[in-house]
Ligand binder design. Structure first.
Ligand code: MLT
Length: 242
């Protein structure tokens, strides 16, 4: 039984994920924002590879059914209704709407994961729900792939930590001799064992530092709340729904 982790989607080649069960992780903040938006009643979230793509995808759509959201350097994109803060995702802002979301690392990672079947969206916020679904898939398929969004094409601590915690939950009961972890999966598992809890691990990351530098430190605390939400968003046919 095999668990592969990718620290960024850059190492993925076309066809690598075809038909494989995939979990995408960008806890600070894209996947936390997606989970929160869907829990707040958004109909669906469409991840875009860039802000230009988000604008293009919405150009012919009825304005009152959609919300454009996203960030550049952590801050709301000019002309977009919302940024990429999960705290902005409320029934008032996104209820009944389709959210078109463009972020620096998270939404491109989702777009890169499209060949997977299924593609699950993971955050600390929905950790137990997503871990349970991933565990079932792992038992049925004998393998799972965890894709971390990374940060600016580099390793991101908060996502690797989350991957490590997921691996620990997913491999429960599998005899060590039957388990194959790629190197990134092994390191993620070790990292999760060494770091403290969610907030300590997220708080130690470069992303948390950047968020605090632009006055968004509260988002780190929000994203580090495990099991606040109980949905498992699934990305299929270009949209994510709960
Ligand atoms: C991203 O996708 O790069 C992040 O979610 C950045 C952010 O915190 O907005």
């Amino acid at each position: 039984m095999k668990i592969d982790v990718f620290f960024t989607p850059l190492g993925l080649n076309a066809g690598d994920l075809t038909g494989r069960a995939v979990v995408v992780i960008d806890v600070l903040r894209a996947t936390s924002t997606i989970v929160t938006a869907l829990s707040a009643g958004a109909k669906a979230v469409v991840p875009a590879a860039s802000s230009e793509e988000a604008v293009r995808l919405t150009s012919n759509l009825e304005r009152n059914g959609i919300v454009l959201a996203g960030e550049r350097r952590m801050l709301k994109i000019e002309g977009f209704a919302l940024g990429n803060s999960p705290r902005e995702m409320t029934p008032e802002t996104v209820g009944g709407k389709t959210l078109f979301l463009a972020t620096t690392n998270g939404t491109p990672a989702l777009v890169a994961a499209q060949g997977g079947d299924p593609v699950l969206v993971a955050a600390a916020l929905n950790f137990s729900a997503v871990a349970e679904r991933a565990r079932t898939l792992f038992a049925e398929r004998g393998e799972i792939v965890l894709i971390c969004a990374g940060r600016e094409k580099q390793f991101a601590l908060e996502n690797a930590y989350t991957a490590g915690r997921l691996i620990k939950a997913v491999k429960k009961g599998v005899p060590p001799k039957k388990l194959m972890l790629n190197d990134a999966a092994q390191v993620s598992l070790d990292l999760a064992a060494q770091q403290g809890g969610w907030l300590d691990a997220f708080g130690a990351s470069g992303a948390a530092q950047q968020l605090s530098d632009v006055g968004l430190g509260e988002d780190v605390k929000f994203c580090a709340q495990p099991d606040k939400l109980h949905i498992v968003p699934v990305y299929a046919d270009r949209r994510i729904a709960a």
